[in-house]
Structure formats: structure tokens, C-alpha cells
Design a binder for this molecule. Structure first.
Ligand code: EPU
Length: 281
């Protein structure tokens, strides 16, 4: 799984499948059911920490086969496997505003919806209208925004793994392409100064606790530069752990526990993970 995550850590999947389309995905689901194999769905792998023992059963990557994008009614439709940066650029060059907050978020559309990805005061919840999903029996359904349970960095799909996201519909606002592109560039620049964008990581490790920032708390506890094996707290942003090259998931998890206990001891705040941890030790 290290090949399929931006963190570049994690053991093997028993079986790794990249369906080409919804029909293909349905076949995988039906086979998995008849074999009694569990399914784990992943997207671009940019918010994942896979443990060193890897993942049992079938890992389904919703990727290239679900990469379509186009106008749909007054909005636009994007496949769950489309990379978010591609969607952001597609909309900007056509003069559609609203996704500028997502400049530089590296995930897939599906992953972004599941985690209600956000930055710079915006999030997927501001622009999404509906999603299409496939249930474990291979049946397709559509859910409106109100049924998605969108909260800060989460949705019903983060805990309810029954449905597999295949696409999403967004409602954006017409604007001049050059104005949208300018705002995109501004946000991208801001990221470059405040986050270790060139290094292997999974983005923010912890959610921000109510009324505060995980990065501020970790920084105040002197965590920047702290390391376990090949995993190190970024010197740029204390809520990022970077893989210096040969980190194991075990290194990252031990570092996470150290960070948690420091913040708990000093501030009495328990930090909740923002990254999704999958697999076995
Ligand atoms: N701060 C420090 N030290 C640090 C890092 C941050 O003191 O090492 C302070 C900053 O000075 C600032 C505050 O903490 O006062 C917040 O920092 P920042 O503006 O960098 O934003 P953040 O809350 O840490 C959030 C998202 C990011 C998103 C940025 C940009 C979460 C957990 N993180 O970071 O999302 O890119 O805002 O808007 O909500 C992600 O989810 O993976 C992610 C990168």
C-alpha cells in the first residue's frame, strides 16, 4: 500500500483492484460477497495511514476509471476518482467559482467528499449538491446533500462503509476565469509557505479541536522536529508528520502517541486523528 498512499508507508493488500467503471465495480462487489471477502475502498491515498501488516481482503481503488467531469444542469458532475486539483482547474478555466479553497488539496473527489475536505475557510459542504453511490449489492443510488451528514472533516461515509461513492454533483458560481485562477494561485502560494507540500505526508494528522488549532498546540509543546525512526514532525507545520524516506507505519503511530500525550499533559486536550488509519499491525 506504500505505492498507493502519499505517506509512502503501509504493508500489502491481499488483493488490489482498480475497477474501470461502475459495471466493473459491481462485478467486484458481487464476487467479494460470494467469496466472503471484506472490501476496503481507497481513493488517491492522500489522507491514509496504512499499518505495516497491510490490509486483508480486497482493496478497491476508485481512481482513473471514475475520472469523468462535465456540465450537468446548472452544476457540474465529477467522477469520484477524478483528482481534486484537476476538478479545481477544470472549473476555474471555465469561469466557475467556489472551489478555490481546495487549491492544493491533493485527494480524489470521492475522498474529498467522504472527509468533507476543506481549507481557507471553505469546504466541500459549501459546493456539493448530491452524490451517486453503489451499495454492497451493486445497486446505484443518489443522495442529496442533506443525506450526507457533512460535518467538519467528516461525513456519514467516514463511519458507514456500506456505500461506495462513484460521483458527485457540485453547484458553482459564474465568474471570470482569470479572477478564479488568481484566487487559486493565492491559496496555493499560501500553502507553500505554511505546509511541507513537497514532502511525503498525509496532510494534517489531527483535527483541530473546538476553538483551537492542533498545529498551534503541538508547536507550543515543542513537537517540531521530533522524530521516531523515519517519521518526523514537520519543521514547517507541527500538525504534519513527514516521511523522511524509510518510515514505517509503526514509526508514525508511535510518534502520533507521543504527540497526543504531550498535548494532553500540557493542555488537557485529546487530539482526534484527521488521517484515516487502515489495516493490521
Ligand atoms: N500554527 C502554529 N504552529 C504550527 C502550525 C500552525 O503556531 O506549526 C498556528 C498558526 O500560526 C495559526 C494556527 O496555528 O495561527 C492555524 O494554522 P494554519 O493556518 O496553518 O491552519 P490549520 O488549522 O493548521 C487547516 C487545515 C488544513 C488547511 C489549512 C489552510 C485542519 C486540521 N487543517 O490547518 O487542512 O490546509 O487549514 O486553511 O483543519 C488537511 O486537512 O490535511 C489540511 C492540510
Amino acid at each position: 500500500m506504500r505505492l498507493h498512499t502519499s505517506f509512502r508507508v503501509g504493508g500489502p493488500a491481499d488483493t488490489f483492484v482498480k475497477p474501470k467503471n461502475v459495471a466493473d465495480l459491481k462485478r467486484v462487489l458481487i464476487l467479494a460477497r460470494s467469496w466472503g471477502k471484506p472490501i476496503t475502498v481507497v481513493g488517491a491515498g492522500s489522507n491514509l495511514l496504512v499499518r505495516d501488516g497491510g490490509i486483508r481482503g480486497i482493496v478497491v481503488r476508485v481512481g482513473e476509471g471514475f475520472g469523468e467531469v462535465g456540465f450537468e444542469g446548472s452544476g457540474l458532475h465529477a467522477g469520484a476518482g477524478l483528482k481534486l486539483p484537476a476538478l479545481v482547474l477544470w472549473a476555474a478555466t471555465r469561469g466557475l467559482a467556489g472551489l478555490e479553497f481546495a487549491a492544493g488539496i491533493p485527494g480524489s473527489v470521492g475522498g474529498a467528499v467522504v472527509t468533507n475536505a476543506g481549507a481557507f475557510g471553505g469546504s466541500i459542504a459549501d459546493v456539493i449538491r448530491a452524490v451517486t453511490v453503489v451499495d454492497p449489492g451493486g445497486e446505484e443510488h443518489a443522495f442529496p446533500k442533506e443525506a450526507l451528514g457533512l460535518v467538519y472533516r467528516g461525513s456519514r461515509f467516514r463511519s458507514d462503509k456500506e456505500f461506495i461513492l462513484t460521483g458527485a454533483r457540485f453547484e458553482l458560481v459564474p465568474d471570470r476565469p482569470d479572477a478564479v485562477l488568481r484566487r487559486l494561485r493565492t491559496n496555493q502560494e499560501a500553502r507553500r509557505f505554511t505546509q511541507p507540500v513537497q514532502t511525503r505526508s498525509a496532510g494534517s494528522i489531527f483535527k483541530n479541536p473546538p476553538g483551537d488549532y492542533a498545529g498551534r498546540l503541538l508547536d507550543a509543546c515543542g513537537c517540531k522536529g521530533l522524530s521516531v525512526g523515519g517519521a518526523q514532525v514537520s519543521e514547517v507545520h507541527a500538525n504534519f508528520i513527514v516521511n523522511l524516506g524509510e518510515a514505517s507505519a509503526g514509526d508514525v503511530l508511535r510518534l502520533i502517541e507521543e504527540l497526543r500525550s504531550r498535548v494532553e499533559e500540557r493542555f488537557g486536550i485529546h487530539l482526534e486523528l484527521e488521517v484515516e488509519v487502515l489495516g493490521e499491525d
